[in-house]
Write a protein that binds this ligand. Sequence first.
Ligand SMILES: Nc1ncnc2c1ncn2[C@@H]1O[C@H](COP(=O)(O)OP(=O)(O)OP(=O)(O)O)[C@@H](O)[C@H]1O
Ligand SMILES: [Mg+2]
Length: 508
Amino acid sequence: MAEPVLSIHGVTKHFGAIRALTDVDFTLEKGEIHALCGENGAGKSTLMNVIAGVLQPSEGEIRVDGKAVRISSPAVAQTLGIGLVHQEIALCPDATVAENMFMAATNRRRTLFMNYRKLERDAQAVMNRLAAIDVRGKVANLPISSQQLVEIAKALTLDCRVLILDEPTAALTETEAQQLFSIIRDLKANGISIIYISHRMAEIFNLCDRVTVFRDGRYVCTDRIADVTPDDVVRRMVGREITQLYPNKLGPGEASTEAILEVGGMGDGTRFHDVRFALRKGEILGIGGLIGSGRTEIAEGICGLRSRTSGDIRLHGRLQEIRAYSDAVKAGIVYLSEDRKGSGVFLEMSIAQNISVLTLKALTNHAGLLNGRAEAALAQDFARRLAVRTSGVEAPVKSLSGGNQQKVAIAKQLAVEPKVILMDEPTRGIDVGAKAEIHRLLRELARSGIGIVVISSEMPELLGLCDRVLVVREGRIAGELGAEDMTEEAVIRLASGIGTARAADHAA
Ligand SMILES: Nc1ncnc2c1ncn2[C@@H]1O[C@H](COP(=O)(O)OP(=O)(O)OP(=O)(O)O)[C@@H](O)[C@H]1O
Ligand SMILES: [Mg+2]
């Protein structure tokens, strides 16, 4: 058999006292798509950063084409033909898409005269394979899904033999993800080897040839996809059986008619129009739709992050004056942003500080002194309930794995003890086990009378978790699906506008 393109032998990585990886092995064959699975904090991204020269291993050996190599920097990785699409988006917001895409390549082949037109033309050609994004636009103006596509396009401009994709679809919709999969299959057909990290089992089983599982920073096993089931993989990841992925929904008679939140005729003149809906007591209300359809803008409109030109918001029947986000928090409406890094958590601050930041008033005494012990206790309680994997709540959020950072973002909102939580892609990047835990917690909160609205691009989550789904298209609510008519097809039809004429006929 041919030498593997890449092989890892006995790699260990410490961060101070934390052992992220212990004696792991991994082999990548030429032209295969190899999935790497594991819970949040299992060490997946750490190993990828070691392979891509971002981190140095504490011990162990890396071989490329059978030869031991030292990947001392990302530039060395690049010359070895290794490209990494990071889990976290790290673009230069003030530069254009084209500039971002070719930053790495131009750094390598620096010339005095840069042909800017050609750069843009080349960038656009690569970008067009993924999506219709104008490469002359500034990255700062793009929604998070497009930014993720730019990260991927950037890696495609490199001439790599090994391409690592660390949760590339976390911020993509179904359609965009499908587009990416066809590109990945093309790359494979051209002999490129791919390491694919994802928490979505369906993707892994559609796309990959083999799967390796890590648990607690250790290698567990590698199998051909054809020889295992998603349940097998999940069991090996978490070390136990997960029997129920989604909590029970409301039963037929359980739906209340009492409204917690009512939105009436809300519009901002541009991105959303005449949005009206009621969130009922006890239910989990889903909001589906394509990326860019206006779901996020609607949530921002409700909680004062975006100005409205019309509409009113009632909480338990009482009209609310919400002009800024602080008004919303005061009223008891909080918003979990889809952009964790941009507005979800403060990376440099500790876990405890992040969780308490919206509740500082309650933790401060009359003289304005912060009760540090209460802050720590609050944080510890949430860290435990959400199973945040950390050495302690004093650790900075940036030291957590991606999925664990997301848990902190959720805890920060829950700590306010809100009346309504609007969650935008709440379980992005969260592993199967922790996701089931978070869904159960949301169900509990809903049952206790807290209003839960979940915006999700992940179809199984939308259908599995929510009691009712509103589908948004072009800034308007295109339709509502209840327990009986809630199917993937129905959501897609409403989201894309296909078949609505018939639905209208039906109604008439
Ligand atoms: N810079 C750092 N300092 C301290 N600890 C770190 C650092 N980077 C990672 N860790 C720790 O190493 C462990 C592995 O993290 P890693 O990011 O590799 O997990 P992961 O498998 O990618 O998880 P996820 O699915 O959440 O992305 C975690 O416990 C994390 O807290
Ligand atoms: Mg990771």
